[in-house]
Design a protein around this ligand. Structure first.
Ligand code: NI
Length: 255
């Protein structure tokens, strides 16, 4: 049994939701967590979770959508968080990749959502792109807000960054990038993260794992990431898959 701990089934690129669910069931994926990027995708995640038993969801504001994060949206997130299938505040974080971003509003929105997660007794699914230094600094300064831990999704950082996150009690989630031929530094990370702190995900519809790189990604592909992790850990895939399921249930307590 496999779990996709971070995906975007609500994305309009995945047109036929019933087909997506059928294929993940066929691939033995029993749980997929749809992460929200703003109010509308968080609400879509909730709707999908009510339609399909395999789907759970996260509610949150992605750093690239942070301009729309206001008091009204905080109220909506609070409402959504009470749903029995809302397992996280996410995805939240920092993204300094694209030109024209507002660093201060990203940082403020991120910290506000960390506070929200603590109040709501939920964990956080965190996105970090080109912002490692600020990310580690903010997490260290706000360690008191991390009582329900968190996961660095689609990890792409160094061994040193992974170690810093582990010290903060964070989980590390590996995506399709782990299966790429040029994944050397990520493989080093996968070797040092204790299996009890590893998660797997697709971040679909993006980042398809090998051999589907370049095509539309779906949660049905998560076993390919788990298989690669098992290979790196020199462990049996069933053992790794079952440990990841246990880890996910420890972190996302409503699963
Ligand atoms: Ni994502």
């Amino acid at each position: 049994m496999f779990i996709d701990t971070h995906c975007h089934i609500d994305d309009q690129k995945l047109i036929d939701k019933d087909a997506v669910i059928k294929s993940l069931v066929r691939s033995n994926v029993t749980v997929a967590i749809n992460m929200g990027c703003n109010v509308s995708s968080s609400v879509s995640g909730k709707d999908l979770s009510e339609r399909f038993e395999q789907i759970y969801f996260g509610a949150g504001f992605h750093p690239s959508d942070i301009d729309d994060f206001d008091d009204k949206s905080i109220d909506t997130l609070i409402d959504l968080s009470k749903h029995k299938k809302c397992v996280a505040i996410g995805e939240i974080g920092l993204d300094y990749h694209w030109d024209g971003f507002d660093k201060d509003s990203q940082i403020n929105g991120f910290i506000k959502q960390l506070e929200l997660a603590k109040t709501l007794k939920l964990t956080v699914s965190v996105h970090c792109r080109d912002a490692t230094e600020d990310m580690i600094k903010i997490l260290k300064q706000n360690k008191n807000l991390l009582g329900y831990s968190g996961v660095m999704h689609c990890f792409s950082g160094s061994v040193e960054t992974a170690k810093e996150l582990l010290k903060l009690g964070f989980y590390i989630s590996f995506a399709g990038t782990l299966t790429f031929k040029n994944a050397r530094s990520l493989i080093d990370v996968a070797k040092i993260v204790p299996l009890e702190y590893c998660l797997t995900e697709t971040d679909s519809p993006y980042l398809s794992p090998h051999p589907y790189r370049g095509s539309l990604n779906e949660p049905k592909n998560v076993p390919l990431v788990t298989a690669r992790l098992a290979e790196i850990k020199e462990q049996n895939i069933e053992i790794v898959a079952s440990q990841i399921m246990q880890n996910a249930k420890r972190l996302f307590t409503k699963l």
